[in-house]
Design a protein around this ligand. Sequence first.
Ligand code: PPE
Length: 307
Amino acid sequence: MALDFYEKVWHNGKFISWNEATIHVASHVVSYGSCLFEGIRAYETPKGPAIMRLADHVDRLANSAKIYRTETSFTREQLRQAMIELVRVNSVKSCYIRPLIFRGYGGLGVNPLNNPVEIYLLAWKWGKYLGDEALKQGVDVCVSSWNRIAPNTLPAMAKAAANYMNAQLIKMEAITNGYTEGIALDHAGNISEGSGENVFVVRNGTIYTPPLGSSVLPGITRASIIQLAGEAGIPVVEQVLVREILYVADEVFFSGTAAEVTPVRSVDRIPVGKGQPGPVTQQLQKRYLDIVEGRAEDKFGWLTYCN
Ligand code: PPE
């Protein structure tokens, strides 16, 4: 599947072309997964391209790097500016931005501390993450036989490439068995998250989502959904959620930069509610997309305009 990429790539402070953005196979990251990354959307709006929650994504990236003792020579402000520049130099209307911080070429062996730190910013066009119909129709998911990474194995707060080996197991199992996505349980058997999305459950007018202690990524879309629910007067509770709540929920949905707000219409072939997207999901999805696509006022200050 070809990547619909933008030509200019930012590398350690300079722009290079897509084809120049290569690394040696002996780079530390290849053997040991030593990479922290982000996923950010820039939306086309009537006022030009706008990056969604840029500062929050840069903060999470910096925190991921801090957790893994990966020091970079760029400040958060410089990284924010670099992403705005990336959108500008590529004349982007809308894109997905992938910042990468990884341990490059030097010695080999587990110890990463002597390897150089490389930073790249890439951009490409990314459509609907879980398929074109997903946002309207909802997706069919399973509970994975793979658990999410346990708290004292890999830190879930860090968005690290290595975490996505676990995510790949969840995703491959789901797809092989005819589902669009898998929801993983945490080490204790409670709901954690999808391979690339946070999970929300709606029941009797209240919205529930697992806390950080359930090995979830502190999703930026998750935070946005909590804000939008507050605005709409819908109570949100962050609490440990038992697996079977998925089977008796009125609504279930995913949130994520790539997935945006995607309804879940069945779990393990059991219909969620009436087996179609429910009203709370639809209301939050519409409000989210209206703001990020610039149809509604950006009252939470989420958008950074790039022109
Ligand atoms: N959990 C996981 C494991 C995760 O990967 C994501 C983002 C989220 C939750 C939602 O976080 P946020 O984007 O901040 O709301 N997953 C990215 C896609 C991963 C992929 O490359 O595939 C994303 O949505 O950009």
